[in-house]
Design a protein around this ligand. Structure first.
Ligand SMILES: [Zn+2]
Length: 298
């Protein structure tokens, strides 16, 4: 799944393409992908101009001129393809080859047609992704489903609401859980996922299976302080393409080569400590660590 840096890269790419365009017509293949009535989705979006594209955690928020918003989650295999009026395509998100046919294809679930004859296609192979419409007021007042979606998201580490002290408190509150799962929890930090949680734990020399209660406070603070820098670094490299992510121009994120542990099992640790990166399953997810420098806290 694309994580915060990858979704940020898509948001920036999308912003460049669609802000200022008016949505002439929308079509969708199922009610599931728009989270409810197709008629409502059309009514909330058609005729509106795209004012801005925002990102919170892994969620994209598209603000419209008619005071409605589209919340869009790429999930595992979502992909956005923008085709300009000259037919030139730009895609971001999942890069699966099966998508490479010209959109709309059998993987296209939502099509936005703009006033300048360009189009935005939302493709999704596994169909976990969605785009839902809400009144902006419901979002701001955290009402109804929009409120529920946002309530599931903790502070975004790139935003002002993220603080080291509340991060420490939120982590410590989950004393009996292992540090890996706590950092993966979107309510603790919105936007972190498998790639960057593994990297952060390697940087802090903390074993992913360590129970929070046994992680020293200084280590938790070290992790907290490291979140924004690693995400900024990843964004500056265009994200990581370890999970087939591609930018809106279809090119790969360059951060993959800089990852220390993620998907580097059986390879030597970058600390040159003779450790070989191991992979363990935690709650069904793959955690990667060096058994030497991330021995765990005794
Ligand atoms: Zn090591």
């Amino acid at each position: 799944m694309p994580e915060l840096p990858e979704v940020e890269v898509v948001a920036r790419g999308l912003r460049n393409k669609v802000v200022g365009l008016t949505i002439d017509k929308v079509s969708a293949t199922s009610e599931k992908v728009v989270g409810g009535s197709l008629e409502k989705f059309k009514k909330f979006t058609q005729g509106a101009k795209i004012k801005s594209v925002q990102r919170v955690g892994k969620l994209l928020i598209i603000h419209l001129s008619n005071k409605n918003v589209i919340l869009l989650h790429l999930k595992l295999t979502g992909q956005l393809i923008y085709v300009d009026r000259f037919g030139k395509g730009y895609k971001g998100g999942h890069s699966q080859k099966a998508y490479d046919t010209k959109p709309p294809s059998k993987y296209t679930h939502i099509t936005f047609a703009f006033n300048d004859r360009s189009h935005l296609y939302f493709n999704d192979l596994r169909r976990f992704g969605w785009a839902k419409v809400f009144r902006r007021q419901d979002l701001e007042e955290r009402k109804q489903e929009a409120g529920k979606i946002l309530a599931g998201l903790g502070p975004d580490p790139m935003g002002n609401e993220f603080s080291l002290q509340s991060f420490l408190a939120n982590v410590k509150r989950r004393a009996k859980s292992n540090i890996y799962q706590v950092l993966m929890d979107q309510k603790v930090v919105a936007g972190l996922g498998n790639i960057y949680v593994n990297e952060l734990l390697w940087r802090a020399k903390v074993n992913p299976k360590t129970k929070v209660a046994k992680v020293p406070k200084e280590k938790i603070l070290f992790i907290g302080r490291g979140i924004k820098p690693i995400l900024e670094e990843a964004i500056s490299y265009g994200g990581s393409s370890a999970n087939t992510f591609v930018k809106i121009d279809g090119s790969k994120g360059k951060y993959t080569d800089r990852l220390a542990v993620y998907q580097r099992q059986k390879q030597p640790c970058h600390r040159k400590d003779k450790g070989v990166i191991a992979r363990v399953s935690i709650g069904g997810r793959g955690a990667f660590y060096c058994p030497i420098c991330q021995k765990g806290v005794k």
